[in-house]
Design a protein around this ligand. Structure first.
Ligand code: ADP
Ligand code: MG
Length: 226
């Protein structure tokens, strides 16, 4: 493995994900191993691994992957889109939440006008992510584990939230670190690799991405209502 500074920040071609990707998995966020990822500034949302629903995972190489996570946050969660809309004064917000008064502004753009959003918003919100697929120490390393660091700063935890993952590529194999600091440095490079690789139009979903504009990638499975 190259030293951190030498690792390329963009993986795969500009044309978009290549087979066998995208790979899918979904589940409900559970408590992890209490290894203190949050204290390192890198919380990881753990998902139970269902090999029946995601058969590819049985043979997936252990290591770090990147792609998108979508979350169906409860509408009481501070990062829920409706929560933001309410506070921005969306007239479609429930009557129980009166719109906050907006200061008069001469530069309101069409993009911010509710009439330019005819579709009701999905309850799923998409974020870029990096994740590790490994083996669960609790089951003596015989069962796969999956933990996801979502590239978004959340104002609150989201245990029990439904989460979907669209895995678009492999970043690197697991490695041993001489120190915790070295691990954190490497994970921060992984995050940067994911951000830059996913920022390209053919790697960015058309709709539902929380930060930044939509792209050309068909990520509709991530926001599909059951
Ligand atoms: P655990 O061992 O229970 O997984 P962590 O320290 O790894 O604990 O923290 C994970 C939890 O932190 C997630 O389940 C989620 O509720 C919350 N969390 C907050 N921000 C993030 C984020 N950006 N990515 C992943 N999880 C986050
Ligand atoms: Mg965790």
């Amino acid at each position: 493995m190259a030293a951190e500074a030498e690792r390329p920040r963009i993986l795969y071609g500009d044309a978009g994900p290549e087979p066998p990707y995208p790979l899918r998995m979904e589940g409900t966020v559970i408590s992890g191993f209490g290894r203190g990822s949050k204290e390192l500034g890198i919380p990881t949302a753990n998902l139970p691994v269902d090999e029946a629903a995601a058969p590819w995972i049985a043979t997936a190489k252990s290591g770090v992957y990147f792609g998108y996570a979508s979350l169906a946050l409860p509408d009481t969660h501070p990062d829920h889109a409706q929560h933001h809309r309410r506070h921005r004064g969306n007239p479609r917000a429930p009557a129980s939440a009166p719109p906050a008064p907006l200061p008069p502004s001469s530069n309101d753009t069409a993009a911010e006008s509710p009439s330019s959003e005819p579709e009701p918003p999905s309850r799923w919100q998409i974020y870029p992510m990096v994740m590790s697929i490994g083996y669960n120490p609790f089951y003596k390393n015989s069962v796969r584990s999956a933990e996801v660091h979502v590239l978004h700063k959340f104002a609150a935890d989201f245990y029990d939230a439904p989460m979907r993952l669209l895995i678009l590529g492999f970043v690197r194999e697991e490695r041993d670190y001489p120190s915790l600091d070295a691990l954190v440095v490497d994970i921060n490079v992984d995050c940067e690799v994911a951000r830059q690789s996913l920022a390209r139009p053919a790697w960015t979903p058309r709709q539902g991405v929380v930060d930044g504009p939509g792209g050309e990638f068909d990520g509709s499975w991530l926001v599909r209502e059951e």
